[in-house]
Design a protein around this ligand. Structure first.
Ligand code: ZN
Length: 397
C-alpha cells in the first residue's frame, strides 16, 4: 500500500463545503486539498489514485461515547455485552472513538478499557477514553481522577457520570461539583478538554445538577457534555435551553430510529437538530454519539419487555442521513455533529477536518443515498467500495 494517495474529484466537506477537489494524503496526514493536484514525486514514490467522482468526502467519524469494552449486565452477568471489534467501527465510518464505562464500573474497569483502546489503536483507528463509570466516587486507574486525566495519554475527561437516574450513585451537589472542578483543572494542566461526560437518566431532575454547578460555581457550561439528551421530550426541552446558554449537547443515535421514536417516545435526532437550528442555536453546539455496544432493552408495540439488544455504531451515519433527507439540513451542517464538533469540544487535535496538516481520516459517501463507500483512517484504506479491507486481529475470515 502506497504512502502517497490522491482522492480525485470528490465533493469535499471539510466539513464546510469546499467544492469538487482533490485530496493529497502523505503517510497518515492530509497534505493538500485543491484542484488538479500533481503527484509526481519522481523516484520510487508513486501516488495511489482513488476516484472520488460522485462521492462526498467528509472527515472520518468521531464517536464520542462508545462502550468499546462492552457494557450492559443490568439483567445479570449473562447480559454483559460484547466488546467492539474493528469492523464495528470502520464499517460504520468511525475512525476515532472515545471509549467509556457505564453502569457496571466493577466488572469493567479502567485497566481493561485502556487495554481495549490500545488494541483498537494498534488495529488502525484512533482511540481515547474517559476515566470513570456511572459511579461516584469515580473509579479510576491511578486512584486520582486528576492523575488519570493528566498522566494517561488516552484519557481526555471523566464519564459517563450518571445523574437523574435510578442507577446513578446519587451524587450530592458537592461531589458532582468536585468532579467537574478536578476534571477542569486536570484538563488545563495537561492541555486536554477535561470534559465531564454526563449520563442523563429519565428522571424529572433532568439537568439539575449541571445547571446548579454552572449557576453556583465558576465552572462554565462548556466543561460538560451531557449525553442521551434526546431520551424524552421534557429532558430535551431543558437541554435545548442549556445549548442556548452555551452548552454543547450530545444526542444518542439509534439503529432503529422509528422504533425509538414511536415505542420509546424518544426525540428523533433529526427533528431535535432541526429544532436546535430553528431556535438560532449555533450548529457548533451539538454532537451525536452511538452509545455503541451498550445494552438496550427491547419492547414490543404494547410496551412489554422483550429482551435485550446491543447498541450499534451504524446509527451515526443513519442519523446524519436522516437530517439531510428528512429535515433538509445541509450535509455540511449535519455531519459536524460527528466530525468537527466532537473534535472541538473534546479537543482532539488533528481530528474532524479535511484540511492540510490534519490526520488523514476520511469517509467517501455516495452522493446518491449517502452510503458509506470508502473509509481511510490515518492514511490507511480500511474500507473500500463498502467492503472491509483491514481486519481486526480475530476478524479475518
Ligand atoms: Zn449512558
Amino acid at each position: 500500500m502506497g504512502m502517497v494517495k490522491i482522492i480525485r474529484n470528490a465533493k469535499v466537506y471539510q466539513p464546510e463545503y469546499a467544492g469538487v477537489k482533490d485530496i493529497l494524503i502523505l503517510g497518515d496526514k492530509i497534505a493538500a486539498v485543491g484542484e488538479n493536484l500533481k503527484a509526481d514525486f519522481g523516484g520510487a514514490l508513486k501516488a495511489e489514485e482513488i476516484n472520488g467522482e460522485g462521492m462526498a468526502a467528509v472527515p472520518g467519524f468521531i464517536d464520542g461515547h462508545e462502550h468499546i469494552l462492552g457494557g450492559g449486565g443490568e439483567g445479570g452477568f449473562h447480559t454483559r455485552t460484547p466488546e467492539a471489534g474493528l469492523k464495528d467501527l470502520t464499517m460504520n465510518g468511525i475512525t476515532t472513538v472515545v471509549g467509556c464505562i457505564g453502569t457496571d464500573g466493577v466488572g469493567r474497569d479502567m485497566t481493561a478499557l485502556l487495554a481495549k483502546a490500545h488494541g483498537l489503536e494498534n488495529e488502525g483507528v484512533t482511540t481515547y477514553t474517559y476515566t470513570g463509570a456511572y459511579q461516584v466516587p469515580v473509579p479510576t486507574l491511578t486512584g486520582s481522577l486528576m492523575k488519570d486525566i493528566m498522566m494517561l495519554d488516552k484519557v481526555i475527561g471523566v464519564g459517563e457520570v450518571a445523574i437523574s437516574d435510578h442507577r446513578s450513585s446519587q451524587p450530592s451537589f458537592e461531589e458532582f461539583a468536585r468532579i467537574a472542578a478536578d476534571a477542569r483543572v486536570a484538563g488545563m494542566l495537561s492541555g486536554k478538554a477535561g470534559i465531564v461526560n454526563v449520563h442523563l437518566g429519565d428522571s424529572p431532575r433532568k439537568l439539575d445538577l449541571i445547571l446548579k454547578v454552572v449557576r453556583d460555581t465558576e465552572i462554565p457550561a462548556s466543561q460538560f457534555l451531557p449525553t442521551h439528551v434526546n431520551r424524552n421530550a421534557a429532558l430535551f426541552d431543558e437541554c435545548l435551553e442549556f445549548a442556548k446558554d452555551g452548552g454543547t449537547i450530545d444526542f444518542t443515535g439509534n439503529e432503529d430510529i422509528d422504533y425509538w421514536e414511536t415505542i420509546c417516545d424518544e426525540v428523533r435526532v433529526c427533528k431535535g437538530i432541526r429544532r436546535l437550528l430553528d431556535m438560532g442555536i449555533s450548529s457548533d453546539r451539538f454532537t451525536i454519539s452511538s452509545d455503541g455496544q451498550g445494552s438496550m432493552p427491547v419492547f414490543n408495540t404494547k410496551g412489554e419487555y422483550q429482551g435485550i439488544g446491543i447498541g450499534k455504531a451504524s446509527c451515526l451515519l443513519k442519523e446524519v442521513r436522516e437530517c439531510v433527507q428528512k429535515e433538509n439540513i445541509p450535509l455540511e451542517t449535519a455531519v459536524k455533529g460527528i466530525t468537527s464538533n466532537p473534535a472541538a469540544i473534546l479537543k482532539l487535535n488533528g481530528k474532524g477536518h479535511i484540511k492540510p496538516g490534519f490526520d488523514a481520516d476520511i469517509c467517501l459517501l455516495t452522493e446518491e443515498g449517502l452510503k458509506l463507500d470508502t473509509v481511510i483512517a490515518r492514511g490507511r484504506i480500511m474500507v473500500e467500495k463498502g467492503k472491509q479491507t483491514v481486519f481486526g486481529t480475530f476478524e479475518r475470515s
